[in-house]
Design a protein around this ligand. Structure first.
Ligand SMILES: Cc1cc2nc3c(=O)[nH]c(=O)nc-3n(C[C@H](O)[C@H](O)[C@H](O)COP(=O)(O)OP(=O)(O)OC[C@H]3O[C@@H](n4cnc5c(N)ncnc54)[C@H](O)[C@@H]3O)c2cc1C
Length: 287
């Protein structure tokens, strides 16, 4: 059974790119950068992976051709499991390279979303394989909840790689992941400080005021300019705060997902926060 899209519309810009582009324009007009993500994951058929690659390439061309791209650094965010990672890593790397060629041609940055821990090493391997050829156009995501992230942060800092840091949206076992929120937050703040010191343009992806305040205070203390990093939030969450932070002079990027495959993303948002369930219930009552 397919659920009606309006349930997800608080968190997902549209089911098609055409429906979602006005959302990008509105966000840009409010001074917010955008990362567009065509939803989809865990593809097992080569044809589907090739179609995903082509859709991402079209997306790059469409975004690059739009006004506002010059000063607002719009970009895309992709999941490698959509481009053949689960079929064959070489095939996936080939698809990723083709996509990055087009991204580099248009000077557009491609962020590799991080999925569940079964894919962490493979995602970082693929990142490492392409990074030397596209150092300005590709960057990974690291999850503060994973115990291995301490080492991964060091590796990225050594080379000044732009990282998106987030807590981690997937349920992971305690052998490999911290479960306690105050511990995850403390790890997050430590990694944030390392990234701000050693990399340019890393993304502090969170809605958590304690982390946001710690980031602002650290940047102030260390004289790190607001242009040297960015905050990132998800479409539909903390909308007023996003605009307030942009008005304060911070780079604020909004992650905007779209597409028909919205259900897994939507359910991750519902699991994360009771408030998100309320948004959906309210839209049901209105509908
Ligand atoms: C741009 C972006 C990209 C992401 N990419 C990935 C990815 O590639 N892989 C991945 O695993 N995960 C990703 N995530 C999800 C991330 O890992 C977390 O699951 C998600 O962001 C929830 O954690 P949080 O730090 O935002 O705050 P939470 O842990 O949800 O909330 C912590 C505190 O923040 C405050 N807060 C949160 N929301 C609100 C609100 N709406 N209003 C007021 N206060 C609020 C509250 O005080 C709350 O107690 C991404 C998140 C963002 C923002």
């Amino acid at each position: 059974m397919k659920l009606p899209f309006f349930l997800a519309s608080r968190f997902v810009a549209g089911e098609t790119l055409d429906e979602s582009l006005p959302v990008v324009d509105d966000l840009n007009q409010d001074g917010l950068h955008v990362a567009l993500d065509k939803l989809g994951e865990h593809v097992h058929e080569r044809e589907e992976a090739l179609a995903a690659r082509d859709a991402y390439i079209d997306l790059i061309r469409t975004l690059a051709g739009r006004d506002g791209t010059e000063d607002l650094r719009n970009r895309i965010s992709i999941k490698l499991s959509m481009m053949g990672q689960l079929i064959d890593e070489d095939f996936c790397e080939d698809n990723l390279r083709q996509l990055l060629e087009v991204a580099a041609e248009h000077d557009l940055f491609v962020r590799l979303d991080m999925e569940g821990s079964a894919l962490t090493q493979s995602t970082l391997n693929l990142f490492e394989a392409v990074y030397p050829d596209f150092p300005n156009h590709v960057g990974p995501v690291l999850q503060a909840m994973l115990k291995r992230t301490d080492r991964d942060i060091d590796r990225m800092c050594e080379r000044g790689v732009s990282v998106r840091l987030c807590k981690g949206a997937y349920a992971e076992p305690e052998e490999i992941a911290y479960q306690d929120m105050s511990r995850i937050r403390a790890r997050y703040i430590d990694y944030m400080e390392r990234l701000l010191r050693h990399t340019d343009g890393s993304g502090i992806a969170t809605h958590d005021d304690q982390i946001i305040d710690a980031t602002k205070a650290f940047a102030d203390r260390r004289d790190i300019g607001t242009g040297d990093f960015e905050f990132q939030m998800l479409y539909g969450l903390r909308r007023t705060t996003q605009r307030e932070m942009a008005a304060e002079g911070y780079n604020m990027l909004v992650y905007v997902p779209y597409g028909t495959e919205w259900f897994p993303y939507f359910s991750r948002r519902l699991r994360e926060k009771r408030e998100n369930v309320w948004f959906v219930l309210r839209s049901l009552l209105k509908g």
